[in-house]
Structures are given as C-alpha cells and as structure tokens.
Design a binder for this molecule. Sequence first.
Ligand code: FEO
Length: 170
Amino acid sequence: MLDQKMAQLLNEQVNKEFYSAYLYLDFSSYFEDEGLDGFANWYKVQAQEERDHAMLFFQYLQNNGVRPALEAVDKPAPTPDTRMGVIQAGLEHERYVTGLIHTLYDVAYGLKDFRTMQFLDWFVKEQGEEEKNAEDLVKKLGLYGEDAKGLYMLNSELAARTYTAPSLVL
Ligand code: FEO
C-alpha cells in the first residue's frame, strides 16, 4: 500500500506532467507561428515525452492500487515574446520539475518506500537529461540565433528530432 501523502504527491505529479505537455505544445505553436518548424517539432516531441511521464505516474498509482484522481490542467503560462525568452522559460520549467521530482524522492526516502524510490530513479536521471537538453538549446540559440544562416541550420537540426517511447516500462 502506498502511503496517503506519497500517493497524493504522485497524483499531483500526473497533473504537473500534463501541464508540462501543455506548456511545450504552446511553445511549439509559438515557433510554428515564427516560421521555425524545426523548433516547433522539437517542442512537439517534448510535449509527447511529457505525456508519457504523466502516464507513467498514472500507471504507477494504478499498479499500487490507487485510483488516480484527474484534476483540471492549468492554462499554459503566457509565452515570452522572444525566442530566447521561450527557450529560457523551458529551461526554468525543467529546473522546477527537477525540484518536484526531488521532493517526491525525499518523501519516499523518509517513508522508507523503496519501491517508489526505485520508480523515481528513472525520473531523477531523466531530469538530468531534460535540463541538459534545455541548456544546450539556450547555448545554441545564443551562439547561432542572431545569424540567419546559423538559425536556419539550427532549425534544420531540431527538425530531425524524433519521438521515442520512454525506456521505463511499468
Ligand atoms: Fe517531465 Fe520535462 O519533465
């Protein structure tokens, strides 16, 4: 049986991951509007990954006898009005999510809930990758974003990102 507080926090994470998907879908739509289809693709794939994250928390609750309670997903925060602003907001958001995952881990650790800790291990690692990807994007846009040819090349690179299902299977 999952501890009640642990279950509640895991349930909230379902909602927060769906919110992340919403946010990145909005970023995707911003870049589509800017004519940068590669950036739009990159964030659309990111949104798919976030939906996977939500579903993993959803499934984990179910696997442990808890019926997930689905709440309303907030409207995405207003999109910043510059490309760099959007990408930096993505990085800030990932740092925030890392904090959420660490809080979940901390609670599981306090409860000696080893099963949940093991489940969360994947997310701890995943957040490292998510932050690195977002940081790389900030760096690349800083380096090449002001130059039309550079931006074109970067956009083409981001267009090549494809979706792959998560390596964690429950
Ligand atoms: Fe679900 Fe981008 O972390």
